[in-house]
Write a protein of this length. Structure first.
Lengths: 312, 312
């Protein structure tokens, strides 16, 4: 039996679309690029539209839409696409509020559409194996260090500093998406400290404390002011040794022994599109809001500090 | 058949316990006060303990516990009570984080206990009738005005200004608990502006914008700096007239016509204990986290402003 490739439309031709989505769609056995929607850009040989509305009206045979726009404008587009009966893939975070994501879930279900709230870091090479290994362990302390240079990774992007843009939680939520994936039981925020640059609406650094079952504690250090080497590490102390995920989940070792899955897909986004194809085949949505919920909790119960102004 | 009164223990003998819980338990046909837990206070003729642990150890026949402590310490006490197999009533808000409330739900279910996350304003006299009346209407604009004098209502209380104390959302969440109860469909936060006194960790004022199905919009104005007359109003424009809840939900009118339910219980807390009795009879938990979720969303996507220092 030949499985036909599903046409998918990309909405928002920014950095993440160009760097990740387009290459993964190009090599995906399940999808091909059916259309693009962008106010400013277009792609040769691909039907290109200025608005989602025009695309939906002109491309009835594109059943799936991937939203690669900033979180502040994601809801309206997702709503429009779901109302038009299209399946929707959401970049992370799935929205600017928890409640809007719940509304999208209800709408997707009512309209018989698949909604996939992606967390790309969960598809990093070391994550599935880390989850498997931790399933049977007693876990003590988890230490997350997520320190990167915002100027390098978000050059000139203003939305990250605007309300709803999450600031340093934009990368930090990747760590939380791994944490919530690999831990065998849930944790909750007990304290947080957020540093807001005096001239910005979102934090540039955050320190978090969480707790879970038994003696499980999590300490997280997110910082966007790291120049030089970049750090995306999660260290988990257990009764059977220390597990370390480094490189944003790409490398896994236990007590210094390499456990990275050599067979795993090389690209996180290849994993995302492979899962999306599976969800479409099974007509099943996948929306886990827990990483965003932890971020909201950190904002709600966090202590605010004013930091030096940040200028691009 | 004679229904025996259930002994309930009060944990935390602060203002809300003394003003509301004790009087409602005293007149409840379903409950009587079985014990109190307080670090500093005790009650004549009632077994009094300094810690919840002592109470649980010494009072195996007190099956229910009402937690009237600040939200920052609620989780540990609820956890301890549920682990001891007791049913738990939580004052609002049910916790300092959304995730901890989810953890308590799971624990209550696993231990066969009833967990009741109360929202006292939902038991105000006008609320049930407002919900009934709105069920069949097209709703346009909702305007919430919740302005009170923090010095009058929270004299000397420090926890409201500490991280997790929610600040002006401590009263404002009452409005959100009514809103989420009376609206026939959900809304989500689209913008928020929070004013933090320069010397405090929680906001003293907030302006919120929310949206819902169709043309439904909500504008909320929470302020803790109101002296003179106090305002707790919700106004709902519909295709069949304007509904107004005033006095924190106590009075209901539509287009100026009084619709308050004359038969309704006079006290919100009488309503709470009546519902708790019903939940115990049916072995059923009731936990609606949506008011707290809206607050978390407001913190997450809100714009922060610095306001004048606040001193008690």
């Amino acid at each position: 039996m030949t499985v036909l490739e599903t046409p998918v439309a990309i909405v928002g031709l920014g950095k993440i679309a160009v760097d990740q989505h387009l290459p993964s769609i190009a090599t995906s056995p399940a999808f091909h690029l059916g259309a693009v929607v962008s106010r400013h850009a277009s792609m040769e040989g691909i039907p290109s539209y200025k608005t989602l509305g025009e695309m939906l009206a002109n491309e009835p045979d594109v059943p799936a839409v991937a939203l690669c726009v900033p979180p502040q404008v994601r809801f309206d587009l997702a709503y429009e696409a779901l109302c038009a009966g299209r399946h929707v893939l959401l970049e992370k975070p799935p929205g600017a509020s928890l409640s809007e994501v719940e509304a999208l879930c209800d709408l997707a279900e009512a309209n018989g559409c698949v909604l996939f709230a992606t967390w790309h870091s969960r598809f990093a090479k070391g994550v599935a194996k880390a989850k498997e290994w931790l399933a049977a362990r007693d876990i003590g302390k988890v230490k997350i260090t997520w320190r990167e240079d915002v100027r390098h990774w978000h050059p000139g992007q203003q939305w990250i500093w605007q309300p709803g843009g999450l600031g340093v939680f934009d990368p930090g939520i990747n760590a939380l998406s791994i944490l919530t994936e690999i831990l065998p039981s849930p944790v909750h925020m007990t304290a947080a400290e957020l540093e807001f640059p005096e001239n910005r609406d979102t934090p540039i650094a955050a320190r978090l404390s969480m707790r879970g079952a038994g003696n499980l504690i999590v300490e997280a250090d997110f910082d966007w002011r790291q120049t030089g080497p970049q750090t995306w590490n999660i260290e988990v102390e257990t009764d059977h040794g220390v597990l370390r995920l480094t490189g944003g989940g790409a490398h896994l070792e236990v007590d210094g022994r390499n456990m990275t899955d050599a067979e795993a897909l090389q690209s996180e986004y290849d994993g995302i599109y492979s899962r999306f194809a599976e969800l479409l085949r099974e007509s099943r949505s996948e929306v886990d809001n827990s990483p965003l919920r932890h971020v909201a909790d950190a904002f709600m119960l966090g202590k605010r500090r004013v930091a030096a102004p940040f200028n691009d």
